[in-house]
Design a protein around this ligand. Structure first.
Ligand SMILES: Nc1ncnc2c1ncn2[C@@H]1O[C@H](COP(=O)(O)OP(=O)(O)O)[C@@H](O)[C@H]1O
Ligand SMILES: [Mg+2]
Length: 266
C-alpha cells in the first residue's frame, strides 16, 4: 500500500452477545500494538459495556454526556492498552435517557480521520444510531457465531448495510468450534455472501481476561483467541503476522479465574 490510509470499521452483528465488544477491544488493542493510532467508540449507548471490559466504567465524561450536549468528544477520550484511544459510553440508564442519538453522526464524523483506524462497536438490533454506524463507516465487519440465528441476523445486517449505502468488508466467525472448520467457513460464506476474514475459537481465556478488565490479547497473548485477533489486525493493517512467544507467570488470581471460568492455563 505504501500510503497511510484512514479506515473506519463498524463491528456489527444484529444479534447481541456474538462478541462485538470483545472483537472491537481486542482488534483495537492489536492494531495499537502494531503501531497504528487507533480509536474505538462504544456506539452501543443503551447496553454499553466497552468501558466495562476496560475498567473505564466510572470515568466522569462518556459518550452519553457528549450526546447530551454537555461535553465535547475530546473530553470523552481515554487511554487504553498500548496507547489505544477509547471513547466509552456510560452505563447509567439516566445517562442513556439524556443522550440524543441524533448527535451520533456528528460524533462519528468528528472522530473519523483523526487516526489510522476507528473501530465502532455497534449496538445490537436495528436502532437508528445503529444504522448510522453501518452507513458511516468505510466498511462493516460482521461478527457471527456458528448458529443459525446468528447467521440470520448477520444476513439481515448485511442487507441493511447495503440498503443504507454501506459496504461489508467480511465476517469474523467467533466462538468457532474445532470440528469441520473449513466446512463451516464455506457455509458461512455461502449463506452470507461475504468473505470470512478469519475464525476466532471458543476460548475460555476470553472470559478469564474479562474478569481482570484486560483484553485477552494483553492478558493471555499466546491463547488461541489472541492469535486470531492479532492475525486479523495484521490483515487490516496490511502488515505481516508474527508469532510472538510470550511467557506469563500464573499467579493466585489467575488460578482462581481458571477455577471459576475453566479452560486451559493458556
Ligand atoms: N471467542 C470467545 N470465546 C469465549 N468467550 C467469548 C468469545 N467471544 C466473546 N466471548 C464472551 O461472550 C460474551 C459476549 O461477548 P460480547 O463481546 O460482550 O458480545 P456483544 O458485544 O456482541 O454483545 C462475553 O462474556 C465474552 O467474554
Ligand atoms: Mg457489546
Amino acid at each position: 500500500m505504501g500510503v497511510l490510509m484512514f479506515r473506519a470499521y463498524t463491528i456489527a452483528s444484529g444479534k447481541g452477545g456474538t462478541g462485538k465488544t470483545t472483537v472491537t477491544v481486542n482488534l483495537g488493542t492489536s492494531l495499537a500494538q502494531l503501531g497504528k493510532e487507533t480509536f474505538i467508540l462504544d456506539a452501543d449507548i443503551g447496553m454499553a459495556n466497552l468501558g466495562l471490559v476496560l475498567g473505564l466504567e466510572s470515568v466522569p465524561v462518556t459518550l452519553h454526556e457528549v450526546l447530551a450536549g454537555k461535553a465535547s468528544v475530546d473530553d470523552a477520550i481515554y487511554e487504553g492498552p498500548n496507547g489505544l484511544k477509547v471513547v466509552p459510553s456510560g452505563i447509567s440508564l439516566q445517562g442513556f435517557q439524556n443522550a440524543d442519538p441524533e448527535k451520533m453522526k456528528d460524533v462519528m464524523r468528528d472522530l473519523i480521520g483523526r487516526s489510522d483506524f476507528l473501530l465502532i462497536d455497534a449496538p445490537a438490533g436495528i436502532s437508528k444510531d445503529g444504522v448510522v454506524a453501518l452507513a458511516i463507516a468505510d466498511e462493516v465487519i460482521l461478527v457471527v457465531n456458528p448458529e443459525l440465528s446468528s447467521m440470520a441476523d448477520a444476513l439481515k445486517t448485511k442487507i441493511l448495510t447495503e440498503m443504507v449505502g454501506g459496504k461489508v468488508y467480511g465476517a469474523i466467525l467467533n466462538r468457532a468450534g474445532m470440528e469441520n472448520t473449513e466446512l463451516r467457513r464455506h457455509s458461512v460464506e455461502d449463506v452470507l455472501g461475504v468473505r470470512v476474514i478469519d475464525m476466532i475459537p471458543e476460548d475460555a481465556n476470553v472470559r478469564r481476561a474479562a474478569a481482570y478488565k484486560t483484553p485477552v490479547v494483553i492478558k493471555y497473548p499466546t491463547s488461541g483467541a489472541s492469535r486470531a485477533f492479532r492475525r486479523i489486525a495484521a490483515d487490516l493493517a496490511g502488515s505481516e503476522y508474527k508469532e510472538e512467544p510470550v511467557k506469563v507467570q500464573e499467579g493466585f488470581v489467575d488460578r482462581l479465574a481458571r477455577t471459576l471460568f475453566g479452560g486451559a492455563t493458556r
